[in-house]
Design a protein around this ligand. Structure first.
Ligand SMILES: Nc1ncnc2c1ncn2[C@@H]1O[C@H](COP(=O)(O)OP(=O)(O)OP(=O)(O)O)[C@@H](O)[C@H]1O
Ligand SMILES: [Mg+2]
Length: 296
Protein backbone atom coordinates (compact mmCIF):
# COMPACT_ATOMS: atom_id res chain seq x y z
CA UNK A 1 0.00 0.00 0.00
CA UNK A 2 1.12 3.53 -0.68
CA UNK A 3 1.70 5.66 2.33
CA UNK A 4 2.99 9.10 3.05
CA UNK A 5 4.66 8.94 6.42
CA UNK A 6 7.17 10.76 8.56
CA UNK A 7 4.95 13.24 10.39
CA UNK A 8 3.01 12.57 13.57
CA UNK A 9 -0.54 13.93 13.68
CA UNK A 10 -1.26 16.50 16.37
CA UNK A 11 -4.66 16.88 18.00
CA UNK A 12 -6.89 19.88 17.45
CA UNK A 13 -4.60 21.33 14.85
CA UNK A 14 -7.14 21.74 12.07
CA UNK A 15 -9.42 24.75 11.91
CA UNK A 16 -12.99 24.15 12.92
CA UNK A 17 -15.50 24.56 10.12
CA UNK A 18 -18.22 27.13 10.80
CA UNK A 19 -21.77 25.84 10.63
CA UNK A 20 -24.11 27.90 8.49
CA UNK A 21 -23.59 28.53 4.79
CA UNK A 22 -23.44 32.26 5.47
CA UNK A 23 -20.81 31.78 8.18
CA UNK A 24 -18.69 29.61 5.91
CA UNK A 25 -18.81 32.11 3.06
CA UNK A 26 -18.10 35.09 5.30
CA UNK A 27 -15.23 33.23 6.99
CA UNK A 28 -13.68 32.36 3.62
CA UNK A 29 -14.03 35.88 2.27
CA UNK A 30 -16.61 35.06 -0.41
CA UNK A 31 -19.34 37.14 1.18
CA UNK A 32 -19.34 40.32 3.26
CA UNK A 33 -21.05 40.24 6.67
CA UNK A 34 -23.29 43.05 5.44
CA UNK A 35 -24.48 41.05 2.41
CA UNK A 36 -24.97 37.98 4.59
CA UNK A 37 -27.32 40.04 6.80
CA UNK A 38 -29.24 41.26 3.71
CA UNK A 39 -29.66 37.68 2.50
CA UNK A 40 -30.91 36.57 5.92
CA UNK A 41 -33.47 39.38 5.88
CA UNK A 42 -34.70 38.37 2.41
CA UNK A 43 -34.74 34.71 3.47
CA UNK A 44 -37.02 35.59 6.38
CA UNK A 45 -39.33 37.67 4.20
CA UNK A 46 -39.65 34.99 1.48
CA UNK A 47 -39.43 32.04 3.83
CA UNK A 48 -36.81 30.62 1.42
CA UNK A 49 -33.46 28.86 1.72
CA UNK A 50 -30.35 30.97 2.28
CA UNK A 51 -28.81 29.75 -1.00
CA UNK A 52 -31.94 30.46 -3.05
CA UNK A 53 -32.29 33.94 -1.59
CA UNK A 54 -28.61 34.70 -2.28
CA UNK A 55 -28.90 33.48 -5.89
CA UNK A 56 -32.04 35.55 -6.45
CA UNK A 57 -30.23 38.61 -5.09
CA UNK A 58 -27.18 37.77 -7.26
CA UNK A 59 -24.95 38.07 -4.20
CA UNK A 60 -23.55 34.56 -4.59
CA UNK A 61 -22.93 32.17 -7.46
CA UNK A 62 -23.81 28.50 -7.57
CA UNK A 63 -20.11 27.79 -7.22
CA UNK A 64 -20.03 29.69 -3.89
CA UNK A 65 -22.98 27.69 -2.61
CA UNK A 66 -21.55 24.33 -3.75
CA UNK A 67 -18.34 25.31 -2.00
CA UNK A 68 -20.15 26.09 1.26
CA UNK A 69 -22.24 22.91 1.08
CA UNK A 70 -19.17 20.73 0.57
CA UNK A 71 -17.63 22.41 3.61
CA UNK A 72 -20.78 21.89 5.64
CA UNK A 73 -20.97 18.23 4.80
CA UNK A 74 -17.27 17.49 5.13
CA UNK A 75 -14.83 16.91 2.32
CA UNK A 76 -15.39 17.44 -1.35
CA UNK A 77 -14.19 14.30 -3.04
CA UNK A 78 -14.64 12.43 -6.28
CA UNK A 79 -16.30 9.09 -6.92
CA UNK A 80 -14.08 6.32 -8.28
CA UNK A 81 -16.01 6.30 -11.56
CA UNK A 82 -15.04 9.95 -12.06
CA UNK A 83 -11.99 9.89 -14.33
CA UNK A 84 -11.62 13.65 -14.69
CA UNK A 85 -8.38 13.64 -12.67
CA UNK A 86 -5.41 11.27 -12.30
CA UNK A 87 -5.93 8.43 -9.79
CA UNK A 88 -2.68 9.65 -8.17
CA UNK A 89 -4.78 12.39 -6.58
CA UNK A 90 -5.54 10.16 -3.61
CA UNK A 91 -6.80 13.06 -1.48
CA UNK A 92 -9.58 13.59 -4.04
CA UNK A 93 -10.46 9.94 -4.68
CA UNK A 94 -9.74 8.23 -1.37
CA UNK A 95 -9.79 10.96 1.29
CA UNK A 96 -10.44 8.49 4.08
CA UNK A 97 -7.54 6.19 3.20
CA UNK A 98 -4.34 5.94 5.22
CA UNK A 99 -2.61 8.25 2.72
CA UNK A 100 -5.45 10.77 3.07
CA UNK A 101 -5.08 10.71 6.84
CA UNK A 102 -1.34 11.23 6.64
CA UNK A 103 -1.79 14.13 4.24
CA UNK A 104 -4.18 15.79 6.69
CA UNK A 105 -1.62 15.25 9.46
CA UNK A 106 0.99 17.01 7.31
CA UNK A 107 -1.51 19.81 6.69
CA UNK A 108 -2.03 20.23 10.44
CA UNK A 109 1.69 20.45 11.06
CA UNK A 110 2.11 23.03 8.32
CA UNK A 111 -0.71 25.14 9.72
CA UNK A 112 0.83 25.07 13.19
CA UNK A 113 4.38 25.65 12.09
CA UNK A 114 3.87 28.07 9.25
CA UNK A 115 0.51 29.22 7.96
CA UNK A 116 -0.94 30.19 11.34
CA UNK A 117 2.22 31.78 12.73
CA UNK A 118 1.83 35.03 10.75
CA UNK A 119 -0.87 36.48 8.52
CA UNK A 120 1.64 36.96 5.73
CA UNK A 121 2.59 33.27 5.68
CA UNK A 122 0.64 32.00 2.70
CA UNK A 123 3.16 30.28 0.45
CA UNK A 124 4.96 27.00 0.69
CA UNK A 125 7.39 25.42 -1.79
CA UNK A 126 7.50 21.62 -2.01
CA UNK A 127 11.12 20.63 -2.61
CA UNK A 128 13.35 17.59 -2.83
CA UNK A 129 16.93 17.00 -3.91
CA UNK A 130 16.48 14.49 -6.73
CA UNK A 131 14.11 13.55 -9.51
CA UNK A 132 11.14 11.28 -9.00
CA UNK A 133 10.92 11.62 -5.21
CA UNK A 134 7.23 12.55 -5.24
CA UNK A 135 7.26 16.37 -5.04
CA UNK A 136 4.46 16.71 -7.59
CA UNK A 137 2.42 13.97 -5.90
CA UNK A 138 2.75 15.60 -2.46
CA UNK A 139 2.21 19.17 -3.72
CA UNK A 140 -0.99 18.19 -5.58
CA UNK A 141 -2.48 16.12 -2.77
CA UNK A 142 -1.59 18.71 -0.13
CA UNK A 143 -3.25 21.44 -2.17
CA UNK A 144 -6.38 19.27 -2.29
CA UNK A 145 -6.50 18.73 1.48
CA UNK A 146 -6.06 22.47 2.10
CA UNK A 147 -8.95 23.20 -0.31
CA UNK A 148 -11.05 20.51 1.39
CA UNK A 149 -10.57 22.41 4.63
CA UNK A 150 -12.08 25.53 3.12
CA UNK A 151 -8.90 27.41 2.31
CA UNK A 152 -8.85 29.23 -1.01
CA UNK A 153 -5.94 27.28 -2.42
CA UNK A 154 -3.69 27.87 -5.42
CA UNK A 155 -1.34 25.16 -6.64
CA UNK A 156 1.41 26.53 -8.87
CA UNK A 157 3.52 24.20 -10.99
CA UNK A 158 6.91 25.85 -10.64
CA UNK A 159 8.66 23.00 -12.44
CA UNK A 160 9.31 24.80 -15.70
CA UNK A 161 11.58 21.93 -16.76
CA UNK A 162 9.09 19.05 -16.59
CA UNK A 163 8.71 16.99 -19.73
CA UNK A 164 5.29 17.00 -21.43
CA UNK A 165 2.89 14.52 -19.85
CA UNK A 166 4.33 15.09 -16.37
CA UNK A 167 3.73 17.58 -13.59
CA UNK A 168 0.50 19.18 -12.41
CA UNK A 169 -0.86 19.56 -15.93
CA UNK A 170 -0.99 15.76 -16.22
CA UNK A 171 -2.26 15.11 -12.68
CA UNK A 172 -5.19 17.51 -13.02
CA UNK A 173 -5.73 16.74 -16.74
CA UNK A 174 -5.74 20.44 -17.50
CA UNK A 175 -6.76 21.78 -20.87
CA UNK A 176 -4.51 23.74 -23.16
CA UNK A 177 -3.77 27.31 -22.21
CA UNK A 178 -1.16 29.57 -20.73
CA UNK A 179 0.67 28.71 -17.55
CA UNK A 180 3.35 30.10 -15.26
CA UNK A 181 5.88 30.51 -18.10
CA UNK A 182 3.33 32.58 -20.07
CA UNK A 183 2.73 34.83 -17.06
CA UNK A 184 6.47 35.32 -16.53
CA UNK A 185 6.85 36.25 -20.19
CA UNK A 186 4.05 38.82 -19.70
CA UNK A 187 1.79 36.96 -22.10
CA UNK A 188 -0.91 36.03 -19.55
CA UNK A 189 -2.20 36.83 -16.07
CA UNK A 190 -3.33 34.87 -13.04
CA UNK A 191 -6.55 33.99 -14.88
CA UNK A 192 -4.44 31.25 -16.48
CA UNK A 193 -5.00 29.34 -13.23
CA UNK A 194 -7.77 26.80 -13.77
CA UNK A 195 -10.48 25.84 -11.29
CA UNK A 196 -10.77 22.12 -10.66
CA UNK A 197 -14.30 20.78 -11.22
CA UNK A 198 -15.47 18.80 -8.20
CA UNK A 199 -12.89 20.33 -5.86
CA UNK A 200 -14.25 23.74 -4.86
CA UNK A 201 -11.72 26.21 -3.58
CA UNK A 202 -8.83 24.78 -5.61
CA UNK A 203 -7.17 26.49 -8.56
CA UNK A 204 -4.17 25.10 -10.43
CA UNK A 205 -1.69 27.11 -12.45
CA UNK A 206 0.15 24.73 -14.80
CA UNK A 207 3.79 25.30 -15.75
CA UNK A 208 2.92 26.20 -19.35
CA UNK A 209 5.20 25.85 -22.36
CA UNK A 210 8.77 24.83 -21.46
CA UNK A 211 10.86 28.02 -21.73
CA UNK A 212 14.58 28.05 -22.62
CA UNK A 213 15.48 30.10 -19.51
CA UNK A 214 13.47 28.95 -16.45
CA UNK A 215 15.89 30.26 -13.86
CA UNK A 216 16.05 33.70 -15.41
CA UNK A 217 12.23 33.86 -15.68
CA UNK A 218 11.79 32.99 -12.00
CA UNK A 219 14.18 35.79 -11.07
CA UNK A 220 12.11 38.40 -12.91
CA UNK A 221 9.95 40.97 -11.18
CA UNK A 222 6.97 39.35 -12.95
CA UNK A 223 7.36 36.37 -10.60
CA UNK A 224 7.29 38.49 -7.42
CA UNK A 225 4.37 40.47 -8.82
CA UNK A 226 2.46 37.26 -9.51
CA UNK A 227 3.06 35.96 -6.00
CA UNK A 228 1.92 39.25 -4.51
CA UNK A 229 -1.33 39.20 -6.49
CA UNK A 230 -1.88 35.52 -5.65
CA UNK A 231 -1.40 36.24 -1.94
CA UNK A 232 -4.30 38.71 -2.10
CA UNK A 233 -6.63 36.19 -3.70
CA UNK A 234 -5.72 32.96 -1.94
CA UNK A 235 -5.20 31.74 1.62
CA UNK A 236 -2.73 29.00 0.76
CA UNK A 237 -0.34 28.81 -2.21
CA UNK A 238 1.56 25.57 -2.76
CA UNK A 239 4.36 25.57 -5.31
CA UNK A 240 5.76 22.46 -7.00
CA UNK A 241 9.45 22.71 -7.96
CA UNK A 242 12.03 20.85 -10.05
CA UNK A 243 14.66 18.71 -8.29
CA UNK A 244 16.64 21.04 -6.00
CA UNK A 245 19.95 19.28 -6.53
CA UNK A 246 19.93 19.88 -10.28
CA UNK A 247 19.04 23.55 -10.64
CA UNK A 248 18.73 26.70 -8.55
CA UNK A 249 15.03 27.06 -9.50
CA UNK A 250 13.78 25.42 -6.30
CA UNK A 251 15.95 27.70 -4.20
CA UNK A 252 14.61 30.81 -5.93
CA UNK A 253 11.01 29.62 -5.53
CA UNK A 254 11.48 28.60 -1.90
CA UNK A 255 13.16 31.84 -0.89
CA UNK A 256 10.37 33.85 -2.50
CA UNK A 257 7.81 31.66 -0.66
CA UNK A 258 9.69 31.93 2.64
CA UNK A 259 9.09 28.30 3.56
CA UNK A 260 9.57 24.82 2.17
CA UNK A 261 8.41 21.29 2.81
CA UNK A 262 11.18 18.75 2.18
CA UNK A 263 10.22 15.50 0.47
CA UNK A 264 12.41 12.40 0.61
CA UNK A 265 11.53 9.03 -0.84
CA UNK A 266 11.92 5.91 1.23
CA UNK A 267 14.70 3.59 -0.01
CA UNK A 268 15.60 6.03 -2.77
CA UNK A 269 16.63 9.45 -1.53
CA UNK A 270 20.25 9.91 -0.56
CA UNK A 271 20.58 11.44 2.90
CA UNK A 272 23.56 13.53 1.77
CA UNK A 273 21.69 15.12 -1.11
CA UNK A 274 18.68 15.93 1.06
CA UNK A 275 20.89 17.38 3.83
CA UNK A 276 22.83 19.44 1.30
CA UNK A 277 19.66 20.92 -0.17
CA UNK A 278 18.32 21.63 3.33
CA UNK A 279 21.53 23.53 4.17
CA UNK A 280 21.39 25.54 0.96
CA UNK A 281 17.80 26.50 1.61
CA UNK A 282 18.47 27.48 5.19
CA UNK A 283 21.42 29.58 4.04
CA UNK A 284 19.04 31.48 1.77
CA UNK A 285 16.75 32.17 4.71
CA UNK A 286 14.08 29.59 3.87
CA UNK A 287 12.17 28.14 6.84
CA UNK A 288 12.06 24.36 6.54
CA UNK A 289 8.66 23.85 8.10
CA UNK A 290 8.21 20.14 7.59
CA UNK A 291 9.45 17.00 5.96
CA UNK A 292 7.69 14.06 4.44
CA UNK A 293 9.08 10.59 4.00
CA UNK A 294 7.27 9.45 0.90
CA UNK A 295 6.81 5.72 0.96
CA UNK A 296 5.29 4.61 -2.34
N1 LIG B 1 3.12 8.32 -2.10
C1 LIG B 1 3.00 7.87 -3.37
N2 LIG B 1 2.13 6.89 -3.63
C2 LIG B 1 2.00 6.41 -4.88
N3 LIG B 1 2.70 6.83 -5.94
C3 LIG B 1 3.59 7.80 -5.73
C4 LIG B 1 3.78 8.39 -4.46
N4 LIG B 1 4.71 9.34 -4.57
C5 LIG B 1 5.07 9.35 -5.85
N5 LIG B 1 4.42 8.42 -6.56
C6 LIG B 1 4.60 8.11 -7.99
O1 LIG B 1 6.00 8.21 -8.25
C7 LIG B 1 6.23 8.84 -9.49
C8 LIG B 1 7.10 10.08 -9.27
O2 LIG B 1 6.37 10.98 -8.47
P1 LIG B 1 6.30 12.53 -8.80
O3 LIG B 1 6.13 12.79 -10.24
O4 LIG B 1 5.36 13.13 -7.85
O5 LIG B 1 7.79 12.89 -8.37
P2 LIG B 1 8.60 14.23 -8.64
O6 LIG B 1 9.57 14.36 -7.51
O7 LIG B 1 7.68 15.34 -8.88
O8 LIG B 1 9.35 13.82 -9.99
P3 LIG B 1 10.04 14.77 -11.11
O9 LIG B 1 11.47 14.91 -10.69
O10 LIG B 1 9.88 13.99 -12.37
O11 LIG B 1 9.31 16.07 -11.10
C9 LIG B 1 4.88 9.18 -10.09
O12 LIG B 1 4.56 8.18 -11.02
C10 LIG B 1 3.94 9.13 -8.90
O13 LIG B 1 2.69 8.68 -9.30
MG1 LIG C 1 7.49 16.70 -10.40
Amino acid sequence: MNTVTGITPLRNATRASPRSIGDILVATGRLSAEDAARILERQRQDNSQFGDAALAMKLLTKDDIDFALSQQFGYAYLGEQDTSLSPDLVAAYKPFSHVGENLRAVRSQLILRWFDTDRTHKMLAVVSADKGEGRSFIAANLAIVFAQQGERTLLIDGDLRASPGKGQHALFKLGKGAGLSGILANRAGLEAAQLVPGLPGLAVLPAGAVPPNPQELLGRAAYSDLMQIAAHKFDVIIIDTPAGGDYADAEIIASRAGAALMVARKNKSLVNNTAQLARRLQDSGVALVGSVLNDA
